[in-house]
Design a protein around this ligand. Structure first.
Ligand code: TAP
Length: 501
């Protein structure tokens, strides 16, 4: 039996005598609870072009690394210019048939893909966790089910497209070039592929170099679902391959999710062409807590907002704005909560915070930790034991942050929260909107009228009220300002993959 010792941590301020805190890690440890399903990884994956797995023309491969232990997971073909041309040629041929297929037939393929993904859900969850470093709890309960939900949802639309824009018909655009990032690899694939196929388009898509595994595994599902050859082509490879896809003359539309920096490069490369574009870019969301908010729930929302997926989330609540009257209390409660977050092996079912996706991303985040301290903000991390190998970082908060600090303005894309305060609603709006981005925001308050006022005033594509990071295929998602344009999900997302006739 473990012996109880005096609590080591400062108690949350209260009236009267401070209550003793129960900090789990001080008294006892969880037993390991590793997920053991087989991710069924092959030693090598080829490109998926015209319904077949084929080697890259140049015969080159690159490694995918497990960020939790720095070991090689598998190797993947490195697609180049000739492969991009072959993929677009296959997609253009496939469009002749797919674009004319009745919607109810296209829908059947989407439903089949969704069901096959559900059948292999555990295998995909483990593969995603090993490739990306995110906790198995998240891949199992969020990434994979949500990816299947996107295929189901869009399967349902495929034979009902006349209701997307009542009184008008929707026609597909043709071949769509798509490039996605590493933070939600499977989910971003489904956000991109499902609406494109439902509307009758064919696809050439590139996953990120850091996380290509679930893309090639999803291609196996396309084969098993009997998807006609060429309807979806998956090209693994570096950023330059993404550039070739975005600039390819056969692309009727391009859809990019990634950093604002690369989004700008792509937009410059296609300036002057008439292709349609969707850009889902970076963010620096304000999560705003008023003094009448249910504070314990708000603290859960703050934790979910910035430590979900190690903070590597475009819409992460990376700027916390707290009303001055409750700021000390919220920070104290937050610190208490962070002490019990479990950082470590992403395959352990009890892990809350897994590995950062790559050494390069870890270095970027650490750079921001230095910058924040040099700028004069106060950094705090809970005591935690990090694994000896792998790319891990404790959850981190900065207090004493001002609007001009880099850590309040730039997207860090890691488990780092910058905390600012405000006195009035007007000041909260002004500070929240004082950013180049406009992807998401959160509001915590007891008053419905204040929620309505804030959601009108905040310049963000999504405003969550008394919750954070809630997603649904029916709900359009996208940004303002440097967070991009176009929407994914819902009726609006379908309109971005079609012409109105
Ligand atoms: P990026 O570095 O921009 O990479 C995104 C994708 O673009 C990767 O597949 C990358 O390939 C590729 N790429 C790199 N250079 C390219 C070029 N010149 N032309 C075409 N493609 C190129 O972003 P990331 O680091 O993977 O992801 C993090 C960023 O994505 C964050 O800023 C985050 O906010 C944003 N994000 C936004 C959203 C939405 S919905 N707004 C969702 C998720 C993520 P390589 O991997 O091979 O470099």
């Amino acid at each position: 039996m473990p012996t109880l010792t005096a609590p080591k941590n400062p108690a949350v301020p209260r009236r009267g005598r401070p209550a003793a805190e129960l900090i789990f890690g001080d008294f006892w440890e969880y037993d390991p609870a590793p997920e053991t399903a087989d991710p069924k990884l092959k030693p090598r994956y080829e490109l998926f072009i015209n319904g077949e797995f084929v080697p890259a023309r140049a015969g080159k491969y690159f490694d995918s690394i497990n960020p939790a232990n720095e070991q090689k997971l598998t190797e993947l073909a490195l697609g180049g210019a000739a492969d991009v041309d072959a993929a677009f040629a296959a997609a253009t041929r496939a469009f002749e048939g797919w674009g004319r297929l009745p919607g109810r037939e296209r829908g059947k393929f989407l439903f089949r893909i969704a069901r096959l993904l559900q059948d292999r859900a555990r295998e995909f969850a483990v593969a995603e966790t090993m490739d990306n470093g995110k906790p198995i709890r998240e891949t199992r309960d969020f990434d994979v089910p949500m990816a299947a939900a996107h295929f189901f949802y869009h399967g349902g639309w495929a034979d009902k497209l006349e209701y997307v824009a009542p009184g008008r018909r929707l026609a597909p655009l043709g071949v769509v070039g798509q490039v996605i990032p590493w933070n939600f690899p499977l989910l971003m694939l489904s956000w991109k592929i499902a609406p494109a196929l439902a509307a009758g388009n064919c696809v050439v898509i590139k996953p990120a170099t850091n996380t290509p595994v679930t893309a090639v595994k999803l291609a196996e599902i396309f084969q098993d679902a009997g998807l006609p050859p060429g309807v979806v082509n998956v090209l693994t490879g570096p950023g330059s391959t993404g550039g070739l896809i975005m600039a390819h003359p056969a692309a009727a539309k391009i859809a990019f999710t990634g950093s604002t920096e690369v989004g700008k490069v792509i937009m410059r490369s296609v300036a002057g062409t008439d292709r349609r574009m969707t850009m889902e870019l970076g963010g620096k969301a304000a999560n705003i807590v008023f003094d009448d908010a249910p504070l314990d729930q708000a603290v859960e929302g703050i934790v979910n907002g910035i430590f979900f997926n190690q903070g590597q989330v475009c819409c992460a609540g990376s700027r916390l704005l707290v009303q001055e009257t409750v700021a000390d209390l919220v920070v104290a409660k937050l610190k208490q909560r962070l002490r019990v977050l479990r950082v470590g092996d992403p395959l352990d079912k009890n892990t809350d915070v897994g590995a950062i996706v790559s050494r390069a991303q870890l270095d970027t985040i650490r750079h921001y930790l230095d910058v924040g301290q040099k700028e004069g903000a106060t950094m705090w991390q809970p005591p935690c034991r990090l694994p000896a190998k792998g790319f891990f970082l404790p959850p981190t908060i900065f207090t004493g942050v001002t609007q001009s600090h880099c850590i309040a303005r730039e997207e860090i894309f890691g488990p780092v929260l910058s905390i600012l305060t405000f006195r009035t609603l007007e000041e909260a709006v002004e500070k929240a909107n004082n950013t180049a981005y406009g992807l998401s925001a959160g509001v915590w308050t007891d008053k419905g009228s204040r929620i309505l006022k804030m959601s009108t005033e905040l310049k963000a594509g999504v405003v969550w009220a008394n919750t954070f990071n809630k997603f649904d295929p029916t709900s359009p998602f996208g940004g303002y300002k440097e967070s991009g344009f176009g929407r994914e999900g819902g009726r609006q997302g379908l309109l971005d993959y079609a012409r109105l006739v």
